[in-house]
Structures are given as C-alpha cells and as structure tokens.
Design a protein. Structure first.
Length: 560
C-alpha cells in the first residue's frame, strides 16, 4: 500500500524579500527531509510573497524569482524529499508569453510538473487578472504511487473546479494558499473544503501563509481534512507552524510526531519572527480561540509585521485616557514589547484629571512610561493669533497641535507614530485630518467602536476599569461626549454595518431604524470619503475594509 509522508510548512513571507523567503523555504525543506518526508508543501507565491502588485509586471523581478527556483532545484538533488511551492512563472499561450500564478513540484533536481491557477480572483482586495493568465484546466500528477490534484487558493472556491475533479481519478487534493484573514473566513474555508472532500470522497491538505503585508493579515490556520469532512489537523493561527501527516492510497490519514529537535514550540515562546503568540487564542481555531481573540491577534500580527518588515523598531502614540488609545497601546506592547513603545499625553484645558489618571494607570499596567506634554501654551498662542475662528476650528486646532508635536517627536526619535481612530469614527468623519489622523499605521482602523469595547475586555488586566466603562469623549470642549454628535455606538454601528458591510440603501436601512437618523449618518458617511482616502492604513479585519476593498469616488452625487 502506497503511503506518503507530507509536511505542511506554514511560513511568513515578505513581498520582494527573495533571499529571506528562500532562506525560510530551505530551512523548512531541511526539516521535512530530516523528518523523512516524501513531500513538503509551501504556500502560494512562497518565493516572492503575496500580493506583489505591479512588481509582477517587472520582467527582471520574475527572472530573479526563477534564479531562486533554480537554487531550490539544485538543493533537491541532495534530498529524497520533494517540494511543492508557489511562484510566478512564464508560459507560452498561442505563441505569446504570459505570466501564470503557478505551483511548482520539484523532485531530485528536476521540475516534475508546473500547475497553473485556473480561477483568478478579481474582487475585494484581489486583482490577479491584471497580472496573470488563467489556466483552462485543473491538472494532477502521479507522485510516488499516488495521484495528486494541485489547486491554488481561489481554485478551491470555484465549484466549477469541483466538477472537473470529479471526472479525474485521484487520491489526494492539495491546495496552496495566500488567503487573508477576515472575520469568520476560516469557517467558510472549512465549509468549502468539506464540500470538496465529501463530493470527491478524498482527503484534502490546505497550506496557507501567515504574516501581514501592509493592510492584509494572513492567518495561516492550515489544515488537513479527511474525506468525510472531519478536520484531522488544525495548525495554529497567526504564527508560523510545521506539521507532518501520512496519507495512504486507500484514504487513511494520520498525524505524525516530529523528530524531538523539531517539535512544535509551546505557546508563549517566541516564533522565528520573534513574535510571542498571544495567550488569548487557543491552539488554532478550536476551543479557546474566540472571534474577539482572533481579531486581536490579527491586529497584533498586523502591527508587528508592518514595523519589522519595514525596518522600524519603536512606535509611539498619543495616550488620551480613552479606550481607543488604551487598546492601541496594549496591542503595541503585545506586538513589539514594552521597551519599544513610547506613550505621550498632550492635555489642554479641556482634559479632565480623571482621564489623565486613567492614562497614567494604563501606562503603568503596560510597563510603559507616559510622558506628559501640555499643549495649553501653544493653544492659547494660536487663539490669540486666530481670535475669530469657529468653535469647531478650536476643537480641531487642539488635535492638530497634538499631531504636530507627535510628528516632530517621531521625526526626531525615529519611532513610528500610530493613530488610534476606530472604524465608526472614520466612517462618520469624526476624526481630524492633520490632527489625530497623523501617523503611519492604525492597528484598530477596521474595528467598529463596539468591537473596540469587546477587544478591550480581553485586556482588562491592563486597561483600567474606568476606561472600559466611562462615556467616550474627545475632550475638545467643556463636558463634551461623543453622544453629543453621534448616536449611541450600539445603534450607530448597526447602521454603519448595514451601510458599509452589507451595502444596503438608506431606504432599506430606514425600515429598521429612525429614517432621519439614518439619513444623518449616511450624509456624514458619504461626505467623509475624502478623509478616509487620506487615512493611514491598518490591518483588514472586516469583510469590507476601507483600505483596499471599498472603492468609491470622492466626487459622487449618488448617496442613497
């Protein structure tokens, strides 16, 4: 009976870091060889990272990737283990050179077969049709006594491909992926995989990359599913991981132990990126891994990779004593360590002592010093220079003074400034351009205010109780509350969700909410598009993030 030992290598790649990605691949390849594997499987576009955007249009970039592939082919001469990984490759179609999104099977110094992605995603954050030519078929390969069908990411989501596979004689389905995180997306992956497994009566191996690339966060969460739809192996989310399974030709599949020196590191120890897995999540997507914990860990990984992959080390932020900045500070400490986080409080005459006490206590709990810089002298001088400005302008002036100070410190120290606005505020324009929107990255940009409260509860050990319970306020005028300008966030977020995520009309939404309130919120939302398009990026958490998914013109008269 033919049996295959297959390693799943869930790695964190960086776009354009061909040497760094190659080093990771060869390290995991060696692990697979030392574990006596027949095959090691890597994610989609493992050599170049994903997504590469217009780098894929540079011929010399593709040629350098081909050079790295050649090095892997040479290494495979020394190993009994074969390797399957993703990369862009050129192909000839109708006498014309085209670029394909490919999976390459390499064995004993040779390219055994190249598989081409059939279904190219061209929606949401994806635009692969811009770069690649699709294949017209799903192909398989005879490998050491078994027939393997190889799919690339979106191929799994296209039911047409399932019908093509039903016509083929095969033993195992392998899918390599660069599938970004979004709320509940992994459940949809499992549902799709179950449909494939049960329909084909075959086992399925799913290998996904982890790590963050600008606003996209890849959660990993690779898995092995038995032909009856049962998840045999669920790899960890948001950290690199490695596992080995044995698959028999008759459909039997089992998890194999790793050699002692290569066994999985325990949670709480740092992985190869130096990122400590958050204690909030369980082992993968099982018990203990709540949606809130997954969202939190996505924010942590998104910030960690943005900072380190762009060669920064420290971050800084303004600490107001409110829940948004408290949560961002907690995320920053978990992502980078307290020693790499600097906090500043910049009070004016309108900031309460209670907020200052909350900010000081939160900073103490996080193990970070809070530096206090009053903006009152600058604010008073500005008011003397501009005595006729409006009340709104006076409020925004304070925010812009803070932005200027923080950016000056950032320029001087080299610490990257984080912004702390949430999705609800950004949706309604409740943010000041060149003020609290100043910065380089926003870890909570794609979280509604009600979600901010949910995630903050996870960090109740460091975020003071008063921050979690007090009424939110910008504190830009006497006795100001967010509810002076906006409805309660429980109502606001429900309206915004249907407007943004579900893309419903004002008329539809008004069936469930006060019509005048819906029209007011819709007006705020559509009139703030120019702000959103100038906002810094942040990790994608929802299914309709502002950074890359929701694409609207600023000049737009259709606001129904």
């Amino acid at each position: 009976m033919s049996q295959l030992k297959i390693a799943l290598a869930q790695i964190n790649t960086t776009v354009g870091d061909l040497d760094g990605n190659l080093a990771k691949i060869l390290c995991e390849y060696k692990k697979a060889q030392e574990n006596g594997c027949d095959l090691v499987v890597f994610p989609e576009m493992a050599i170049c990272g994903y997504p590469c955007g217009d780098l894929w249009q540079k011929k010399y970039f593709i040629e350098e990737i081909a050079e790295k592939l050649e090095l892997i082919i040479q290494v495979s001469n020394w190993y009994d283990c074969a390797i399957l990984l993703g990369a862009p490759t050129y192909d000839i179609e109708r006498k014309k050179q085209v670029l394909r999104n490919s999976a390459i099977l390499i064995e004993k110094g040779e390219v055994k077969k190249i598989f081409y992605k059939k279904t190219l995603p061209n929606f949401s954050v994806f635009d692969e049709v811009r770069y690649f030519a699709p294949s017209g078929y799903i192909s398989n390969v005879e490998f050491r006594g078994q027939t393997l069908a190889i799919l690339i990411c979106e191929d799994l989501w296209d039911n047409k491909n399932l019908f093509l596979l039903k016509e083929q004689i095969l033993d195992l389905v392998i899918v390599i992926n660069a599938s970004p995180y979004a709320q509940n997306k992994h459940l949809r992956r499992l549902e799709l995989a179950q449909n494939f497994c049960k329909t084909l009566d075959k086992n399925l191996i799913y290998v996904n990359q982890i790590g963050a690339q600008d606003s996209l966060v890849f959660d990993g969460s690779s898995f092995v599913m038995k032909k009856d739809g049962e998840v045999l192996l669920q790899m960890r989310d948001f950290v690199e991981d490695f596992a080995v399974v044995e698959v028999a030709k008759d459909g039997g599949v089992s998890i194999l132990p790793l050699t002692p020196a290569l066994s999985r590191k325990g949670r709480g120890s740092k992985n190869e990126l130096g990122l400590t897995p958050s204690p909030l999540a369980g082992e993968g997507w099982g018990e203990g891994s709540t949606l809130q914990a997954q969202n939190y860990n996505a924010c942590v990984l998104g910030l960690h990779d943005y900072i380190h992959k762009n060669n920064f080390q420290k971050v800084m932020l303004g600490m107001s004593g409110g829940i948004d900045s408290a949560l961002v500070a907690a995320i920053a400490v978990d992502a980078l360590g307290a020693e790499n986080v600097v906090l500043y409080a910049l009070p004016s005459r309108f900031n309460s002592q209670s907020s200052m006490d909350d900010a000081l206590l939160c900073a103490k709990n996080l193990g970070v010093k809070l530096e206090i810089i009053s903006i009152e002298t600058m604010f008073e001088a500005a008011l003397q220079t501009l005595p006729q400005i409006s009340s709104l302008a006076k409020e925004n002036l304070q925010s812009r003074l803070r932005g200027n100070i923080l950016m000056a410190i950032s320029n001087t120290s080299g610490a990257l400034l984080l912004t702390t606005g949430n999705k609800s505020e950004l949706a309604c324009g409740y943010a000041t351009i060149y003020g609290d929107m100043c910065g380089a990255f926003n870890p909570i940009k794609d979280l509604y205010k009600t979600e901010i409260y949910q995630l903050a509860q996870l960090k109740a050990d460091v975020i003071p109780a008063n921050i979690l319970t007090k009424a939110p306020s910008a504190e830009l005028r006497e006795n100001q509350k967010d509810s002076d300008s906006l409805p309660e966030y429980e109502i606001l977020d429900k309206i915004l969700f249907t407007l943004i995520e579900e893309q419903k009309s004002v008329e539809e939404i008004s069936k469930n909410f006060d019509e005048n309130l819906v029209k007011k919120i819709a007006k705020l939302f559509y009139s703030s598009e120019y702000k959103r398009q100038q906002a810094v990026m942040g990790p994608k958490i929802s299914n309709m993030a502002f950074d890359a998914e929701r694409r609207y013109q600023i000049t737009n008269k259709f606001t129904k």
